[in-house]
Design a protein around this ligand. Sequence first.
Ligand SMILES: CC(C)(COP(=O)(O)OP(=O)(O)OC[C@H]1O[C@@H](n2cnc3c(N)ncnc32)[C@H](O)[C@@H]1OP(=O)(O)O)[C@@H](O)C(=O)NCCC(=O)NCCS
Length: 209
Amino acid sequence: MRRQDMVVDRLDKMPPLDTRRRSYLRLAEPSDGPLIHRLRSDPKLSRFLNAPPTTVQQQIAWLTRYKEDEATGQQYYFILVSDFKDRGTVRMYDFRTIDDKLSFCWGSWIIEPPPIVGLATYSALAIYELGFDNLGFEHAHFDVRRANSSVVAFHLRAGAEIVREDNQDYYFHFTREAYHRFRTAQAGTYDRHATITPNPNEGLAQTDR
Ligand SMILES: CC(C)(COP(=O)(O)OP(=O)(O)OC[C@H]1O[C@@H](n2cnc3c(N)ncnc32)[C@H](O)[C@@H]1OP(=O)(O)O)[C@@H](O)C(=O)NCCC(=O)NCCS
């Protein structure tokens, strides 16, 4: 796959970014700095994450630099939206070849309480859909803190394999075949969140007239 196949002007058109879905991904903007800073500063949510930028201004500056990587197709940082509200974040980065397959890493995965049934599973499916079905990746990789036991369990249930470990982390590989099995097993959850919802603003204009 050519790098230019993955650049941003096409990304907006891809199904996981379809704003008509009940739950969708949208590209993060510097104006999301306060939201991302809040999520990454929450002691519960950030326990197993790398240290956040310490101020909102630093987070905004980080996002401004990130937009250059986005424009050149090197990483994509998403806000997860569900039921018309920003709910969390997820990021694709470190695009490289593993076992002769083009692989993407994903992480920065945060969903703010209160929990929404199926949203964690759907957000993983949406990243895999984008990577495998829309961007042409053939493989995925990611690392998870060993102590983050519910996330480790999530990935093992989804069909990921631990290929390496050190004192702090497990390193996972996830194949396209595993994605297809996971998507089939979670078809109900996928459908519940990928469903097209009516826009509540449509019709308002008519009422106003
Ligand atoms: C990572 C994160 C987004 C995952 O979201 P979550 O809601 O906690 O995900 P869970 O693992 O609890 O649940 C995922 C699903 O698996 C289900 N599940 C949990 N344990 C299960 C089990 N043993 N068997 C079957 N299903 C199980 C849950 O019920 C849930 O179902 P749902 O999607 O229908 O609601 C969230 O925990 C978070 O923001 N954590 C802080 C940041 C973080 O650590 N990120 C990861 C960095 S690698």
